[in-house]
Write a protein that binds this ligand. Structure first.
Ligand code: FCB
Length: 411
C-alpha cells in the first residue's frame, strides 16, 4: 500500500448511537424501542479498537448535531469533548480522521423552525460549523454534507425522510441553501486550518434506461443522470447550479461554490434503471434488476461494480483527487460481502491504472447499524452486531478487508 492511500471504513453518528434530540428519532418507531441503537456512544473505545484490528489507516465518522446543540441556544460541550477524545484515540492508532458535519439528521428545533428551504437555516448551520471548527483539533479531512441529493429526494421530494415535504420548489430552495452552506463552511474550515481537505460526499449511481429501445426511458435516464450525478459537479466547476426536473422549467441559480473542493467524496452502491411510467410522480419509476448476474443485495440493490468505474470517470472531470467515501453491501452472507468488496476494489484499481486520481476507499460500514429506511435488518457491517446483547463479532469479510489492504501494495 502506498503510504498516502486512505483505506478506511465509514460510519455516521446517528446510525450508531441515535439521539433523543434528533428529528429522525420521532420519525421511526423502531428508535423509540431502542434509542441507543448499537450503544456506540458508550462502547466507542471498543469499536475504535476494531479499526486497529482491521489495519485501516482512515476512519470516516460524523457529528450528531442534535446532541451537540440539543436546543437552539444550548451547547453540550461534553459531546464535543467526546468527539475530541475519539480523534485522540484515532491519532494514537495512526488512523486519519475524516469528519462529516452533517449526515442527514438535524436537531428537532432546527428542522421545526429553520428547515432548509428557509434562508434562516444558513446562519444556524454555519454557527454550528464555527463552533465545531473552533473547538476540535486535529482534523484535516472534512465532509460538510453527506449526500445532499439523497436528503433532498428523501426529505423534500419523496417525503420519506424528515422533514417529510413533497414539493419540488421547496426542494430546490433547500438544495440552494445547503450548497451555499457548503461554500461558507469550506471558507470557515480553511480559515482555521489552511491545509484542510474539504468536500461533500455525493451519492452517485450508475443510471441506465430500463429499455434501450424506449426513447422515453432513454430521455428520463439522461435527465436523471444530469440531475442526480452531474448537476453538483457542474455547479462546482462553473458556480452555477442548473436543474431540470421532468415537466418543470429549468432551475438556474448562481452559487459561490466554484472550486470550493479539495477532493471529491463519492458514495457508490448500485445501478438503477429508469423507466417512464405515467402513474408515477414526474412519470419516473426506478427499478433494480440483476442484469449481469452479479446478484442483488439484501435490500434488493443491484450489485454492479463496473458502475464504480463509470462514476469515477465522470467525477474525474472535477480535476481534484477522488475518495470513495462510502461503498458497501447489506448482506448476511459474508462470502457475498467479500466478493462485493473485491470486485469494487478491483474497479478502483482499474480506474487508477487508467489515470484517475483516486486517493482513498472507505467501506460502509464498520459494524452493523441502523439503516435509514430499513432499520436493523440491513447488515452492512464488517462486524456483526447482536442488537440484544450488543456484542460485536467479526464476519469473514473483516479479515478479508485487512488482507485486501495489505495486498494492494501497487495502488
Ligand atoms: C448511504 C448513506 C449511509 C448509509 C448507506 C447504506 O446513502 O450515506 O448513511 O445509510 O447509504
Amino acid at each position: 500500500m502506498k503510504n498516502d492511500f486512505l483505506w478506511g471504513v465509514a460510519t455516521s453518528a446517528f446510525q450508531l448511537e441515535g439521539s433523543p434530540h434528533a428529528d429522525w428519532s420521532s420519525w421511526d418507531s423502531i428508535l423509540s424501542e431502542n434509542p441507543d441503537i448499537t450503544n456506540h456512544y458508550t462502547m466507542y473505545k471498543e469499536d475504535l479498537a476494531l479499526l486497529k484490528d482491521l489495519g485501516v489507516n482512515a476512519y470516516r465518522f460524523s457529528l450528531e448535531w442534535s446532541r451537540i446543540q440539543p436546543r437552539e441556544n444550548i451547547w453540550d460541550e461534553s459531546v464535543v469533548d467526546h468527539c475530541q477524545e475519539i480523534i485522540e484515540i484515532l491519532k494514537g492508532y495512526n488512523v486519519e480522521p475524516m469528519l462529516t458535519l452533517h449526515h442527514f439528521t438535524h436537531p428537532l428545533w432546527f428542522i421545526k423552525k429553520y428547515p432548509w428551504h428557509e434562508e434562516a437555516s444558513v446562519e444556524k448551520f454555519l454557527s454550528f460549523v464555527e463552533h465545531i471548527v473552533s473547538s476540535l483539533k486535529g482534523v484535516k479531512y472534512w465532509i460538510t454534507f453527506n449526500e445532499p441529493y439523497v436528503l433532498l429526494l428523501g426529505g423534500y421530494l419523496e417525503g420519506c425522510m424528515p422533514p417529510g415535504i413533497k414539493d419540488p420548489a421547496l426542494a430546490l430552495k433547500a438544495l440552494k441553501n445547503i450548497l451555499y452552506c457548503h461554500a461558507k463552511a469550506y471558507d470557515i474550515i480553511h480559515k482555521a486550518i489552511p491545509d484542510a481537505m474539504v468536500s461533500v460526499s455525493h451519492n452517485m449511481a450508475a443510471l441506465a434506461p430500463w429499455s434501450r429501445w424506449n426513447p422515453l426511458d432513454r430521455i428520463l435516464a439522461t435527465m436523471a443522470k444530469h440531475f442526480y450525478n452531474h448537476s453538483i459537479l457542474d455547479a462546482f466547476l462553473t458556480g452555477q447550479l442548473r436543474i431540470k426536473l421532468p415537466f418543470r422549467k429549468e432551475y438556474i441559480v448562481e452559487l459561490p461554490i466554484k472550486d470550493k473542493l479539495d477532493f471529491f467524496g463519492v458514495n457508490y452502491y448500485t445501478r438503477v434503471h429508469v423507466r417512464f411510467n405515467p402513474f408515477k410522480k414526474m412519470c419516473v419509476e426506478l427499478r433494480h434488476h440483476d442484469i449481469d448476474g452479479n446478484g442483488l443485495t439484501d435490500l434488493g440493490w443491484e450489485i454492479h461494480p463496473y458502475g464504480l468505474e463509470r462514476v469515477l470517470r465522470n467525477a474525474s472531470r472535477l480535476k481534484v483527487p477522488l475518495i470513495i467515501t462510502e461503498n458497501g453491501i447489506a448482506t448476511r452472507n459474508p462470502q457475498k460481502k467479500i466478493d462485493f468488496m473485491r470486485k469494487h476494489v478491483d474497479a478502483v484499481e482499474k480506474s487508477i491504472k487508467k489515470g484517475i486520481d483516486v486517493r482513498g476507499y472507505f467501506y460502509w460500514s464498520l459494524i452493523d447499524n441502523y439503516e435509514w429506511l430499513q432499520g436493523l435488518d440491513a447488515r452492512f457491517g464488517l462486524y456483526k452486531v447482536d442488537f440484544k446483547t450488543m456484542k460485536r463479532k467479526p464476519t469473514n469479510a473483516a479479515a478479508y478487508y485487512s488482507y485486501l489492504i495489505r495486498s494492494r501494495s501497487d495502488f
